[in-house]
Design a binder for this molecule. Structure first.
Ligand SMILES: [Fe+2]
Length: 170
């Protein structure tokens, strides 16, 4: 879930897909500001590169859904990621896209292929963490651009952790 709320990894991990334009705009002097606004359902976060607002933003829906709003002039395009705990050590990621253009079913495989490619780019990063639970703030150094992920971490430790027992738990 933290990975899904983390905008700063886009120009690096997704430099060939959804992070391409951000990656191209970046310079060694670039600065990224991550904004977070609490909402009744969770929060809204936006990454502003060098003071430019590209229009994209992420919404967090408690407890485990992210919606990426991708700016397409005059159009609707969102990628929703549902982060579902499966068995211990395994998380199921379900991606649902909504759009009001290119609606032919024949195009679904193309969009599905692209969404899978983006998710696979995340897979290596997430699996390298080596744990299926977020570390405490003290266990990991954080920076200002971790703002959105730290909001989830706070929510996790305050409300989620231990709130649901796993079906296979004793
Ligand atoms: Fe990602």
């Amino acid at each position: 879930m933290e990975n899904m709320l983390d905008s700063p990894h886009l120009p690096f991990v997704h430099r060939r897909t959804i992070g391409k334009s951000m990656s191209r705009q970046m310079t060694p002097q670039s600065r990224l500001e991550v904004r977070w606004e609490a909402t009744p359902w969770g929060g809204r976060t936006k990454a502003v590169l060098d003071g430019r607002d590209g229009g994209a933003f992420l919404e967090f829906y408690k407890p485990n859904v992210m919606a990426l709003h991708i700016p397409v002039p005059g159009r609707h395009l969102r990628i929703h990621a549902l982060v579902i705990p499966a068995e211990p050590g395994t998380t199921r990621l379900m991606i649902c896209q909504s759009r009001d253009f290119a609606r032919s079913r024949l195009l679904n495989p193309v969009f599905s292929w692209m969404n899978r490619r983006i998710a696979d780019e995340d897979r290596a990063v997430v699996e390298s963490i080596g744990s299926d639970e977020v570390p405490t703030a003290a266990e990991q150094a954080s920076v200002a651009t971790d703002r959105a992920t730290l909001q989830f971490r706070k929510y996790y430790f305050e409300s989620l952790r231990g709130s649901v027992s796993h079906p296979r738990s004793p």
